[in-house]
Design a protein. Structure first.
Length: 294
């Protein structure tokens, strides 16, 4: 038995004897600390699909940075950040001055952004460059990328601590928050900024198409295991870290692309939780409770 456990442990830890795997692990764990809590608030505010739109919105900015400086981390990060913030602000402005709802305006802008970004990359780059931007390259993270991911993770946790009360109130009763405080509007736009910043961070590792996976899947999975907000945030971070470690190990042993492997592991954990989760899982709901038992 101990030999089997030793073999499993060696298989799990063996890939991380390589520097590129350790850097990939550190980067993914940094994302797992900051992105899933953002996903929890998106889920509670029924804005989950907005993060998908925003992940595509950063593409033209990243593509513009690529056209100017090639595969340069600072240029593509700055471009993606500017593009994401511009789209978020424009969608909010259109929602306030027209009859469109925010989800519809975001959908329109993200489609325009996605097409424009792909076109920009195609003008100069190769198919390899396009695949790198769309799907990321977590195994190619360097020290500069790790500093960026660590800084964004730290900034996100600090900002969530500052914005915690208005964000919770906006989830529970946004009308009451607007009645008793003027913090609702600034908190909303600050939260959109955090969404964009974390998607830009995820873009460095997982690409624009998969960055949202590590933000939303652990948060949605946590719903089947926790009831209160603190539990949801803690469980989402735990599931994000689990998906990161398991995805990297599987990608190493099975020779799979690391980004999709991480997101697929997160999806597998979600499916298991949907079936067997203690809070609203399918099997739990099929089992009839005893008389007078909640």
């Amino acid at each position: 038995m101990s030999a089997v456990l030793s073999g499993l442990l060696a298989g799990a830890l063996g890939p991380f004897e390589f520097g590129f795997m350790r850097r990939a692990l550190v980067g993914c764990l940094a994302l797992s600390v900051s992105a899933p809590p953002i996903g929890v608030f998106l889920m509670l505010r029924r804005m989950s699909l907005m993060s998908e739109a925003m992940s595509h919105a950063i593409l033209p900015g990243a593509a513009a940075g690529f056209l100017v400086a090639g595969l340069s981390l600072p240029a593509m990060t700055l471009g993606g950040l500017v593009a994401g913030l511009v789209v978020a602000l424009l969608a909010g402005l259109v929602t306030r001055v027209t009859a469109l709802r925010e989800d519809a305006s975001l959908a329109a802008f993200y489609l325009i952004s996605l097409a424009g970004g792909v076109l920009l990359v195609s003008l100069r780059g190769s198919q390899i460059d396009l695949l790198h931007i769309l799907f990321g390259s977590v195994l190619a993270l360097d020290d500069a990328a790790l500093w960026l991911l660590g800084g964004i993770s730290t900034l996100t946790l600090f900002a969530l601590a500052v914005l915690y009360r208005p964000l919770v109130m906006e989830c529970v009763d946004p009308l009451f928050l607007r009645t008793v405080s003027r913090a609702g509007g600034p908190a909303h736009y600050a939260f959109l900024g955090l969404v964009v910043v974390n998607l830009v961070a995820g873009f460095q590792a997982l690409g624009t198409l998969l960055a949202v996976g590590l933000m939303l899947l652990p948060a949605i999975t946590a719903r089947f295991w926790a009831a209160d907000l603190g539990g949801l945030i803690g469980a989402s971070v735990l599931f994000g870290a689990l998906a990161s470690v398991a995805g990297l190990v599987l990608s190493y042993h099975l020779d799979l692309p690391s980004g999709p492997a991480i997101v697929l592991v997160a999806g597998f954990v979600y499916l298991v939780s949907m079936l067997a989760g203690p809070r609203g899982g399918l099997l739990r709901r099929l089992v009839r409770p005893r008389h007078l038992e909640a």
